[in-house]
Design a protein around this ligand. Sequence first.
Ligand code: ATP
Length: 587
Amino acid sequence: MLKILKYMNRRDWLFVLCSLVFIVCGVGLDLRLPDYMREITTLVQTPGSEMGEVLSAGASMLLCALGSLVTAFVVGFFVAQIAAGLAMRLREAVYNKTMDFSMEEIGKFSTASLITRTTNDIQQIQMFVALGLQAMMKAPILAVWAILKIAGKSWQWTAITGGAVAILTVMLGTVIALVLPKFKNMQKLTDKLNRVARENLTGIRVVRAYNAEGYQEKKFEGANEELTRTNLFTSRTMSVLFPGMTLIMSGLTLAIYWVGVYIINEAAVTDRLGIFSDMVVFSSYAMQIIMAFMMLVMTFIVLPRAVVSAKRINEVLNTEIKIKDGKISGFELFEQGEIEFRHVSFRYPDAEEAILTDINFTVHRGETVAFIGSTGSGKSTLINLVPRFYDVTEGEICIDGINIKEYTQEALHRKLGYVSQRAVMFRGSVLSNVTYGENGRQSVDEELLWKSIEIAQADDFVQDMENGYHTAVAQGGTNLSGGQKQRLAIARAIYCRPEIYIFDDSFSALDYKTDRVLRKMLKQETGTATTLIVAQRIGTIMDADKIIVLDEGKIVGIGRHKELLKSCPVYREIAESQLSKEELESA
Ligand SMILES: Nc1ncnc2c1ncn2[C@@H]1O[C@H](COP(=O)(O)OP(=O)(O)OP(=O)(O)O)[C@@H](O)[C@H]1O
């Protein structure tokens, strides 16, 4: 929790200081009230007192109460500012850290948990600061000050108050010991609920199509019930606190008066009035001490959850990012686009077996290299190693003769135009999606934008759209067809004018004709760029300069279409399943 405090800035600390000053003033005013009570009690009990004196003491009492109210408002204002500012800075830090995460770290936390940590967990901290900070500052000041005021008054009353405080402490300790583990669980269950809700919503079409609402509902209900049960347990346990506090407060007043009766009875008649007003004042101060504890209880209600949340936030912030930046950022010096895999092996984190083993090949500048193989043979895994979504487990990948780990990630990514298997669209417009990422450009290059759209075979439908490339694109591109999304994703890569194109099965959403025309235009326009294509269709890759055939993570054939038909049984098998006899023979 303390580590979180380093996200408070100087303004926050200044606000803490100001709050402290106002709290001291407020406590001072609160503790003046019993003094006026004593004065009024004495005046009322003393024959011959003037009504004006009573009224004047009463007015002072009222002023003190009003002053205390004002200080409470001011402190509330400062604390709200501190809490909101801290939450904002934490959200920013967690978000920025998450953006730097590699796939390994994202996989370790899970997307749902990262979302909960950025929202719900930070909200817990904000709530704790908003409610707890004030109480944590005020309670000790109030308690110490009140104790000093009653010290030495009567050992019997002091002992009773001490006993009440001890009972309170035991009650608090027991409740916290019971609920703390549950709070830890509660955040995990919130993660789970988020995960299930997310899965339901993203897969809603499949859920409906398969009439799986009942099944998904059960999953959701399961997670929901578990969270509700835990919530109920903590709320019920916590609910003991307030009645318990009230009982102790009333009990304490009763005990003070009870004991007071005996003390007064045994005192000399002349001392009785003094002892009586002392008793009234003492019980007021004792109440203030209990109030201080009450405030701490308020803090303890939110503290355990905030501690758990702080731990979860710190886990994200303290995670060491596996993929480290290199030093080479002068990418313009190396504009070649040659890629070399040297004895590359790769195993997913926590997986037992390697997915890729001893991969060796070189792609020269301007070449098109295609990867083909059965499902799960490791094609996507292989090309995803180039942008360093994961780092190789063994061996090295070099671009222009330099290990990709030595480039800064920005320099490396500027070299690459990556199109993923599933086209990713962001909320915005066609324009914002195609010109996505600055990549060194300050403004939109309209000519290049249209050219990219044209090469990606997206010009027809973009022109037909109501507002051309200013047409809105919904989050995830839900207002576009699969093929349209894929074409815009390809246009995005072309717009970057990269040295190296990476197409991860990006042509499968296109019809054969569009696929062919697109690749032909791409080759014409970007002749010097190196292209890596993962494809399922032989038609997409048969004219590639080099075809690499993968089987169970190993290269089982490298060559051109015709050569592989003769030399590589795996390739021939794939070709036979897709091409007609005539096409095979004419190859
Ligand atoms: N994040 C991951 N964690 C663990 N294993 C993974 C992960 N992603 C993929 N795999 C495993 O790696 C293997 C290769 O997957 P990959 O996606 O590279 O295959 P592919 O050849 O591209 O298949 P397809 O043609 O079906 O897309 C598969 O067995 C898959 O289960």
